[in-house]
Design a protein around this ligand. Structure first.
Ligand code: UDP
Ligand code: MG
Length: 138
């Protein structure tokens, strides 16, 4: 069993896609073991995306991620990290496989609806960024 952190980003919440994202995870046999809605401050968004601090898109990305409410969740299952990323599709929706969330709903490479951790190390950091152990179901 593996855990990953997923986020319905501000554009996904605005477009009414919270249920759509969760349904796709659950349909794939993954389980939601923690869930909440919150609005990040600019500094909290910068902390979450600290690995991208030297990238040209860092400022714009963290403005976007703090513009409105998000839904953060822990997703658990066999190979949860790669399964979630497969369901999401590539970062750039124009390169995302047909039928993926990003291919179907994302506006562009920044406003791409959903986040998923990319490794066990980032999953551990990202889950801990939003949840304490008592908030995650067994
Ligand atoms: N992003 C962007 N421009 C880029 C690459 C990424 O605005 O050229 C944004 C996009 O919202 C992406 C996030 O930064 O989801 C994190 O980038 P990463 O490369 O980690 O993509 P992901 O893991 O989300 O597919
Ligand atoms: Mg990433």
């Amino acid at each position: 069993m593996e855990r990953t952190l997923s986020i319905v980003k501000p554009d996904g919440v605005k477009k009414g896609l919270i249920g759509e994202v969760i349904r796709r995870f659950e349909n794939a046999g993954l389980r939601i073991t923690a869930l909440k809605m919150l609005k990040l401050t600019k500094d909290q968004a910068k902390g979450f995306y600290i690995v991208h601090k030297d990238r040209p898109f860092y400022e714009s990305l963290t403005d976007f991620m703090s513009e409105g409410p998000i839904v953060v969740m822990v997703v658990e299952g066999e190979n949860a990290i790669s399964k979630v990323r497969e369901i999401m599709g590539a970062t750039n929706p124009r390169e995302a496989a047909p039928g993926t969330i990003r291919a179907e709903f994302a506006s562009d490479i920044e406003r791409n609806i959903v986040h998923g951790s990319d490794s066990p190390e980032s999953a551990s950091f990202e889950i801990g960024y939003f949840f304490s152990s008592i908030e995650i179901m067994d």
